[in-house]
Design a protein around this ligand. Structure first.
Ligand SMILES: Cc1cc2nc3c(=O)[nH]c(=O)nc-3n(C[C@H](O)[C@H](O)[C@H](O)COP(=O)(O)OP(=O)(O)OC[C@H]3O[C@@H](n4cnc5c(N)ncnc54)[C@H](O)[C@@H]3O)c2cc1C
Length: 312
């Protein structure tokens, strides 16, 4: 990887190896071919020096990643040893990409309110606060800032909405729904359904996204949903949350399939084996995708983002 290449090339490379059935490791015992500490960019070297905990000679520093880790983060070597990975004995660390933050979510307005009266959202469940990407560290600030806004807004509104009327027909519908979930001869147990949803999304909606993969993912999800679900030992709430996951999974895949460019962590490839994703297309895609519930299913819409001065 050259200094000019974006860091996602590592995510893509790891993802492709895993897709091919391989396991990927981080090996601290030897330097990458051609590595020269003194050739690192000046900022990287300055950052490294600011992290030094136990200074070693420059010769030792150049010897291996393990030597450098010993210099800047000796505690991590100890922590890993306590957890069964002994880098000093030559153990390697198994790698896999993971989701650190979800940029999408429930659309909120200035007061953290949503289109459902009385419902507020804050933190990672809300969407739109960060645009297409999130500067590192901003998720916790987002949760705190919008958490306070949502709490204040909800407190101001408390008592003004009154109780939500719940008719007998609605209660009867829920009773039927729960009775159907209890029928263990119908469909798959909720735990298995959840695992399958996760497998579908990890395969087509994580690091490498393509139209073909996402279309296949949507079709696999529709088949899974049609096959039915029943509550298992994890209980009713788990089963009901899993049913909601059908919708969340469909929203993620529909939106990802619609955005045929790359932006932020959304890497859209023309073909799954391509080395580089389709580039960003501002003219067509400086848009927010909003999904709403229509009479016949989900309606995706690409909208021009609202600027704060235009009101929300
Ligand atoms: C490995 C990793 C590293 C990260 N590093 C950083 C970082 O350095 N800086 C940064 O800013 N952000 C970081 N993030 C992101 C940040 O941690 C999250 O965005 C943030 O914690 C989300 O907070 P939240 O309160 O919105 O959601 P959560 O922390 O997910 O809280 C949601 C809570 O709701 C509960 N819940 C779920 N369903 C139900 C239900 N049906 N009923 C009742 N409760 C329910 C869950 O158990 C959970 O406790 C990192 C994330 C990961 C995974």
């Amino acid at each position: 990887m050259s200094n000019e290449e974006p860091s996602h090339v590592i995510d893509v490379a790891v993802f492709k190896e895993m897709r091919a059935g391989h396991t990927v490791y981080l090996d601290y015992s030897k330097n990458p071919a051609g590595f020269d500490f003194d050739e690192l960019p000046r900022e990287a070297q300055a950052r490294y020096h600011s992290e030094i905990k136990a200074e070693i000679s420059s010769e030792e520093r150049s010897r291996s990643p393990l030597h450098r880790l010993r210099e800047i983060n000796p505690a991590s070597i100890e922590w890993l040893r306590e957890h069964g990975v002994d880098l000093e004995a030559g153990d390697r660390i198994e790698l896999a990409p993971a989701i650190q933050h979800f940029q999408g979510g429930v659309k909120i307005r200035r007061r953290a309110d949503t289109t459902i009266a009385g419902l507020y959202a804050a933190g990672e469940v809300a969407g739109g606060q960060h645009g297409a990407n999130r500067p590192g560290g901003n998720a916790l600030m987002d949760a705190q800032v919008f958490g306070e806004i949502a709490g204040r807004s909800a407190a101001e509104e408390a008592g003004t909405l009154g109780l939500m009327p719940v008719g007998a027909d609605r209660i009867a519908r829920w009773k039927d729904r729960l009775n159907a979930l209890a029928d263990r001869t119908h469909g798959l147990p909720a735990s298995q359904v959840r695992t399958r949803i996760q497998t579908i999304l990890s395969g087509c909606a994580s690091v490498v996204r393509t139209e073909k993969g996402l279309t296949e993912g949507l079709s696999a999800l529709a088949d899974l949903k049609a096959g039915g679900i029943h509550a298992d030992e994890k209980g009713w709430a788990f089963a009901l949350e899993t049913i909601n996951m059908y919708d969340v999974a469909e929203m993620v895949m529909r939106a990802a399939c619609m955005r045929d460019e790359s932006r932020g962590p959304h890497l859209y490839f023309a073909h799954a084996d391509d080395d580089h994703p389709v580039p960003r297309n501002d003219e067509r895609w400086q848009r927010t995708i909003v999904l709403r519930k229509g009479r016949d299913g989900m309606i995706p819409e690409a909208r021009t983002p609202v600027r704060p001065e235009e009101g929300m």
